[in-house]
Design a protein around this ligand. Structure first.
Ligand SMILES: [Zn+2]
Length: 505
């Protein structure tokens, strides 16, 4: 069992005598607990304050800034303020990943990964916050930076600045993968076959709130006292479910998700030990509920096997539907699933949000086989490349499973390769591929768990056989192909990249 450290002092207060200005005199967020009557009441309160991962069936835990807490007080619910202690762990020895780096050690480490493994690792500076701290991400792949027929995979951690197990596990995972390349066949295969992105620290201002030298005064929110995991567009509650403008960190991540078409991802948090799969915002199950349960159990089971008794077995043996635990509006998981057509779940890695650094190696032992399994899941399912049947040009097309897909669970192929990746529980499915200007095509596929079926699809342009234009040259930007799809500027019957047949004289 992972050693539990008492992080918080419970100090009871009577709710009506507390002066709100006093409460927020030292920091812009407070942590508190309260009893709730039923799930509906908790969900209503979750619209007002930031309900926390420590919440269980009897007691809710929550964070609030001053504005949020003023709203909560109107409900007249008794609460207890939980005074957050400044941690006083010391990093005496810095080896075997049993420590939290200083901020500059972190940035140096990220740079060193790219410098030491330039063939397979790139460092991207996604953006600089007004504090001067940066959001950094490394990209790892064979031919890194070159678009290939690969799924794009994302690990990101610690958007709640005080949930830091995943910060260190992410750094160690990068180090492990890079050093394993060409040494460990499994890791070599993962690097060669997947476009891997890892962002160890999504909220550096929260983690280093007390200064760049250590994380002992880390906070959940960002520097503006906004919960970043309530700040995303929500499938049900609109663009700004928390009433705050998008924060810089949110803009940076939405920009990343727009640029890289991630097919699968995980968002690392802490405060519990459980896999939380979509949706968070509503009770409807996803189309791929069975697949989510499968991959979540795969994650939890392997953690249990690689640790002592009692780790990663919270709720339903280490997994839970998000809404079933407690509702979240504006969370990143739902944003990625609903708006980016990506499969993202949330990993709650440790009961202690900021674990004793001496416990970090044990957490690594428990989690790293699971982290690699989930990476490997990105290669499974139904995949292929979608092209124009005549020109061979890759297409961005919609991949939909009739009688199965709901609530934005369809996916798209992405350019410039035209590759699609549809993760799904084993079974037999009819997949329809469609794009404006093309005839739709439906195929039947049978897939087994942890297996891959490749179906490359050629879509036939509408009007190909009849739409003959005799005037040449066509639009200046058109690329001309011969009938075998090879770029061409010869005379005779040719085809433009718009799918038009041209007779060139
Ligand atoms: Zn969290």
């Amino acid at each position: 069992m992972i050693k539990k450290i008492l992080l918080f002092l419970l100090i009871p207060f009577l709710s009506f005598t507390q002066d709100i200005d006093d409460l927020f005199s030292e920091r812009g967020e407070i942590y508190f607990s309260f009893e709730y009557n039923n799930k509906n009441q908790l969900n209503e309160i979750s619209d007002i304050v930031s309900v926390d991962h420590k919440t269980n069936s009897e007691l809710a835990y929550a964070y609030a800034n001053k504005k949020e807490f003023s709203e909560f007080l109107k409900l007249d619910i008794e609460y207890k303020i939980i005074k957050k202690e400044i941690l006083n762990y010391t990093n005496t020895t810095k080896n075997n990943w049993n420590y939290y780096p200083t901020y500059s050690e972190y940035t140096d480490m990220m740079q060193a990964f790219a410098d030491s493994f330039p063939d397979i690792c790139k460092l991207h500076h996604l953006g600089t916050l007004s504090s001067g701290r940066e959001i950094l991400i490394v990209q790892i792949s064979g031919n890194v930076g070159q678009k290939e027929n690969e799924p794009s995979f994302l690990y990101t951690s610690s958007m709640h600045g005080d949930e830091l197990a995943g910060y260190i596990l992410s750094l160690r995972l990068i180090d492990y993968i890079l050093n394993g390349y060409n040494n460990n066949p499994k890791l070599t295969e993962l690097v060669n076959e997947i476009d891997i992105w890892i962002n160890p620290l999504a909220n550096p201002d929260g983690a280093y709130h007390g200064g760049n030298q250590d994380v002992w005064s880390a906070i959940r929110y960002n520097a503006n006292w906004v919960d970043l995991n309530r700040n995303y567009p929500d499938p049900e509650d609109g663009q700004h479910p928390d009433g705050n403008p998008w924060q810089d960190e949110t803009f940076i991540f939405m920009g990343l998700a727009d640029t890289v078409n991630f097919t699968i991802s995980a968002n690392m948090h802490g405060g519990a030990e459980v896999c939380n799969y979509p949706w968070d915002t509503w009770s409807t199950l996803t189309a791929d509920d069975s697949w989510w349960k499968y991959v979540s159990h795969e994650y939890a089971d392997s953690c249990q096997q690689n640790s002592g008794n009692g780790y990663f077995n919270y709720l339903n043996d280490g997994i839970t539907n998000g809404w079933d635990w407690y509702e979240i509006d504006g969370g990143r998981q739902d944003y990625m699933n609903y708006f980016r057509y990506c499969r993202e779940f949330t990993l709650e890695l440790s009961d202690d949000k900021t674990p004793n650094p001496n416990d970090l190696p044990t957490l690594w032992d428990a989690n790293h086989p699971s982290l690699l399994n989930y990476l490997e899941q990105s290669l499974f399912g139904i995949r292929g490349i979608i092209t124009d049947s005549i020109t061979g040009i890759p297409l961005k097309a919609k991949v939909q499973i009739l009688g199965h897909d709901i609530d934005s669970s369809h996916v798209y192929s992405s350019l410039p390769i035209g590759n699609y990746h549809r993760y799904i529980i084993q079974g037999n499915y009819n997949l329809t591929f469609s794009k404006n200007g093309y005839y739709s095509k439906t195929i039947n596929a049978t897939i087994l768990n942890n297996n891959t079926i490749v179906n490359d699809i050629q879509l036939v342009p509408v009007g190909t056989t009849t739409d003959i234009i005799e005037n040449y040259p066509p639009e200046e930007d058109a690329i001309i192909f011969d009938l075998l799809g090879r770029p061409s500027n010869k005379k005779g019957i040719q085809i433009s990249d718009k799918g038009t047949i041209l007779i060139i004289e």
